[in-house]
Write a protein that binds this ligand. Sequence first.
Ligand code: ADP
Length: 432
Amino acid sequence: MALHESSSSFFSPWPDRLRHSAIVLLAAGLALSVLVALDELSLIRAFAVFLCIAAAALVPWRLHDVAASREDTRSVNPVENGAVAAVVAGMPDPAVLLDRAGRVIHLNAAAAQLAPALRKNELAQFALRSPEIITALREAIATTEPRRATYLDHVPVDRWMELVITPVPVPTLFGGTDKCMLMTFHDLTPLRRVEEMRADFVANASHELRTPLAALSGFIDTLQGPARDDPRARERFLGIMHTQATRMARLIDDLLSLSRVELSAHVRPDTCVDLIPIIRQVADGLEPLARERQVVIEIQLPETPVMIAGDREELLRLFENLIENALKYGASGGRVIVSLKEAASGEGAPEIRVLVRDFGPGIAPEHLPRLTERFYRVDVGDSRLQGGTGLGLSLVKHILNRHRGRLLIESVPKNGATFTACFPQVKTPAAA
Ligand code: ADP
């Protein structure tokens, strides 16, 4: 052990090739000693030959080593080998390995795609021209601490990335150590989007609640003041107050339903339910609204049960939203058809599709992709007039997500709209 330690401490600062030279010298010394012993060579000549061999073997190495350690060792050969390139290439996030001057040694495909200006053997500072990044790079070069910076990309879409520059000590060819910088990018765009959505949601929800609340307190003031002794005005204002209070209650109800469904989004319902009685129950419940709007609801459903894995209460809510929307926004068509069919999804999996078709004004194509966003409405005034909250289709989408289904929306302006709820068909003992 002691021997090992002393030999390793003797040789360890020497790189491999220097060690090899020492072995050659030992062999030469041995050979010369044999020649001297055999009287083939005088001692002085043997010594001179040995000195020449020693000089030839050691001096150039030592000179090279000293020169290399003195100069700015940009050629950090160990990091230029294939294994390091493979590690950088295999990193899932965009990653770039830089030398101590900031010159790119390796970069992976994700980094090349993210910042096409980054090129091998060129300075990263020129490619990523943000002052924040340049400062972080300079600090990382000067210290041993990782530095962070923000990288913003606007093409083709806005992206927020956190850039981490980690100084990495690496051995040089000649036994010293040098420094490289590993620069990795972490995509914060999804987090930012969620944060933005959360802020938008809070702003929208409070705005939606404040509007009826302002109306209520305004009418209370009027009833306590100028309309105190006017029974007709009182009657009318109380009616409006009732509508506003109902709207607030509905909004809170929808918000709670939405958060409940979101909380359980990862748990797929495991009870088997028959869709037919659920749809019929909703249609029957909406009959008074249909009569009021002078719309006929046509039910085209099979006589036999259609079983899916579902949550009964959520499915009632889903169909209530779709059919009620058709009655409210498509009333001018005078007809709403609710039908069911079997079809195949995009991936070819069997699906149960429930279609709610109306013959109203339809929806312009530019609104279709945004209809399931919270609080998104084609016409806010119309929605409010109809008692809408702007949360109905968002709730429908979340319920369908939880059921591992999807919502299809097709519409031809002036020719109505069809909302289709698709559920995966499951083969269960009950369904069989
Ligand atoms: P709301 O509570 O306003 O009804 P929804 O999320 O249910 O909110 O619907 C969002 C918007 O989509 C509605 O405000 C309306 O503009 C539009 N919409 C929904 N269903 C229909 C339909 N059948 N025909 C025309 N527009 C519709």
